[in-house]
Design a protein around this ligand. Structure first.
Ligand code: AQP
Length: 328
């Protein structure tokens, strides 16, 4: 059976980009494959965290994933730090990746150049090796991600191939999969930047837990352009194209299909807001129920970690043996 793995970081608040780029597919596809979904809390440590806040955000994110539709009986849902094999395999991956390769990662270049004098951790540089370990640890075939993570999955492929050619076939070589719409949801106020958790107070980011009135307002104020033509053209019309990606993603169509029949921006914005509200309302209701019982979520995460360890343990042992570490 096809094995699927993907992860999401417990930083900031989950937004519509996360849902359309990744989470909606996780929920749709969990019954079609042997799927593992991970709250990648170790990745959150690449920037300093408030400990109490990190614990709360991790739990809240797990609740949101269940609210989005992940069924811990159908898939394996767990927290990365509960499965120690991730960090151990990460070291093997760091030693398989080259300095040049890690230096070329776009996210590292973006984030490390943000503010002069700002603290840049070593983890921010090496975390793609940890991400490769996350994926390879489960003999993963497919990795459903948004477009921003495609480069990191490519690195995981390269590291798997290099390790296999140096030490003999050890890892399955994974492949990224992208959605038909919403692979890169952009900021509503700045369609040249991706919608991001780090911008969670911003008017250009729609949060999964935003009130319907707030969603309507944010979409109504979304940047478009001076023309009045509705068409999908990311270069010439980034704002309108972003709305079409959102409408398409929320209604299961391509952005081009979603454009049909619109001649003005007003109705496009109204329908996009309605589609997003329709998508988020049941998620918000389910989240409210789950948030009332944090002990139950903690129990489900512990069960998920036990299931994940059963796959991760033998794969790590295989890699350690292949690379020449002396068995105990
Ligand atoms: N704007 C987006 N459009 C489509 N997919 C997206 N994803 C993230 N942003 C978009 C996908 O969501 C999954 C989880 O990614 P993440 O945990 O890295 O979330 P994030 O929102 O990218 O987090 P940050 O903290 O906002 O990111 P940075 O640190 O870049 O500022 C992934 O599958 C991702 O592709």
């Amino acid at each position: 059976m096809t094995r699927v793995f993907s992860g999401i970081k417990p930083t900031g608040n989950v937004h519509l980009g996360n849902l359309l780029g990744a989470l909606a597919r996780w929920a749709d596809e969990q019954h079609l494959a042997d799927s593992l979904y991970c709250v990648v809390d170790l990745h959150a440590l690449t920037v300093p965290q408030d400990p109490a806040e990190l614990r709360a955000t991790t739990l809240r994110l797990a609740q949101l994933l269940i609210a989005v539709g992940l069924d811990p009986e159908a898939c394996t849902l767990f927290a990365q730090s509960h499965v120690a094999e991730h960090t151990e395999l990460a070291w093997l991956m760091e030693c398989t990746a080259s300095f040049g390769e890690l230096s070329r990662m776009t996210q590292f270049k973006d984030k490390s150049s943000r503010g002069a004098g700002e603290f840049v951790s070593g983890g921010l540089f090496t975390y793609p090796a940890l991400m490769a370990a996350d994926i390879l640890l489960y003999d993963t075939d497919l990795v459903p991600v948004g477009d921003d993570q495609r480069q990191h999955v490519e690195l995981a492929r390269d590291l798997a191939e290099r390790f296999n050619s140096r030490y003999g076939t050890t890892f399955v070589v994974p492949q990224a999969t992208l959605p038909i719409a919403g692979a890169r949801v952009m900021d509503l106020q700045d369609p040249s930047s991706k919608m991001s958790k780090s911008e969670d107070a911003a008017p250009g980011t729609i949060l999964l837990l935003d009130d319907p009135k707030v969603i309507e307002r944010k979409i109504k104020r979304a940047v478009t352009d001076a023309e009045a033509e509705v068409r999908y053209d990311v270069e010439a019309k980034p704002g309108v194209s972003n709305l079409l990606s959102i409408l398409g993603g929320a209604t299961g169509r391509t952005p081009q299909e979603a454009a049909a029949g619109y001649t003005q921006y007003g109705p496009l914005k109204a329908d996009t807001a309605a589609a997003v509200i329709e998508l988020l309302t049941p998620i918000q209701a389910r989240y409210a129920e789950l948030a009332a019982d944090p002990a139950e979520t903690a129990r489900l995460l512990a069960l998920g970690a036990t299931k994940a360890e059963q796959i991760a343990g033998p794969v790590l042992a295989r890699a350690k043996e292949a690379i020449g570490l002396l068995p105990r």
